[in-house]
Design a protein around this ligand. Structure first.
Ligand SMILES: NC(=O)c1ccc[n+]([C@@H]2O[C@H](COP(=O)([O-])OP(=O)(O)OC[C@H]3O[C@@H](n4cnc5c(N)ncnc54)[C@H](OP(=O)(O)O)[C@@H]3O)[C@@H](O)[C@H]2O)c1
Length: 290
């Protein structure tokens, strides 16, 4: 199964004011841009976003089979929608994973998700229990592929050691404003294991445009200059920075505005030169290369 190179994220969907047929029409436009993969999580919108996306799938029944859905589990939020949760915590038990997926499928009104991710590194994760949950979900056809999010390489290895199939991704924060996974072994592990990570908050959650810290000001200046050289926009340059890495990063967009989603797609046609890439890198770190 191939996911699209750019993924549309729905974390901020509650801010968009789109539901049902309008959200279905938005998703059709996104598909038209070449994005067929949608990033969700049980907890998004305080356990509401999957239901909203389900309302879109019900409004346009043909849509489901054209899409690949990613959802996540293992974070427990205190919410009136989950009265049994006493405190904010993590739960990677077999029972919680299976129950969470079944709730996600009901909310979405579908019989399977293409990819399930463990949302956060959980210090109490027992890899054997996770393996049992994954095996049950795979056998029942409720989940086609499995991955993780915000995992260190060693935590990923611990889980992988119990699985018969390779994890397909590690979804992590990565942007020209957040270089950690380029340097802490996260992307090296993905290169070694030949999986493609996903990059969340590819525009620093909007800080690329609104931040007034020294790093943001430096990066914005460098990205603006490169944008002018390429005849592209600053957001396209930020996505190009991610796409240039040989690990094959898949950036996840966060905006409901279609022109801003399109800016990510245009990055595939606007490759950065090595010099432009290192200009952004040093603007981000604030120091020259050694
Ligand atoms: N696995 C995880 O732990 C995790 C964590 C966080 C996020 N995610 C996933 O990653 C996705 C993307 O994260 P994100 O929303 O933080 O991504 P982002 O693209 O870094 O940030 C989106 C924010 O930037 C603003 N923005 C985008 N383009 C802009 C422009 N040209 N000018 C000014 N502002 C602009 C958006 O405003 P507008 O909305 O007004 O366009 C929005 O507030 C989420 O939807 C979610 O699916 C995963």
């Amino acid at each position: 199964m191939e996911l699209s190179n750019i993924i549309a994220g729905l974390w901020r969907q509650p801010e968009w004011g789109l539901e049902g047929a309008e959200l279905a029409a938005w998703t059709r436009e996104v598909l038209g841009l070449g994005i067929d993969t949608i990033d969700l999580a049980d907890i998004y919108g305080g356990y509401t976003v999957e239901e909203s996306f389900g309302s879109a799938l019900r409004a346009d029944p043909g849509l489901r089979d054209e899409l690949k859905l990613i959802t996540k589990c293992n974070i427990k939020l205190v919410s009136e929608r989950r009265p049994q949760h006493q405190r904010h915590g993590y739960d990677s038990s077999r029972a919680h994973i299976v129950d969470s997926v079944e709730r996600s499928l009901r909310a979405l009104g579908t019989d399977r998700v293409e990819v399930l991710l463990l949302h956060r590194q959980d210090p109490l994760m027992d890899p054997d229990e996770v393996a049992a949950a994954f095996s049950e979900l795979e056998t029942s056809g409720k989940v086609l592929e499995f991955g993780v999010s915000n995992f260190t390489p060693s935590h990923l290895e611990a889980l992988q050691s119990r699985l018969s199939r390779p994890l397909v991704t590690n979804q992590v924060e990565a942007s020209v404003l957040h270089l950690d996974p380029f340097q802490d072994g996260t992307f090296d592990q993905a290169l070694t294991r030949r999986f493609r990570p996903m990059a969340w908050s590819p525009l620093g959650g909007g800080r690329l445009f609104s931040g007034d810290g020294e790093q943001e000001v430096r990066v914005r200046a460098a990205a603006s200059r490169i944008a002018e050289e390429l005849g592209a926009s600053v957001d396209t340059v930020a996505y190009s920075f991610l796409l240039r890495h040989p690990v094959g990063l898949r950036p996840i967009t966060g905006s409901g505005k279609l022109d801003r989603v399109a800016a990510a797609v245009r990055a595939m046609e606007a490759p950065l030169s090595r010099d432009q890439w290192f200009d952004l890198w040093t603007a981000s770190t604030g120091s020259p290369l050694p």
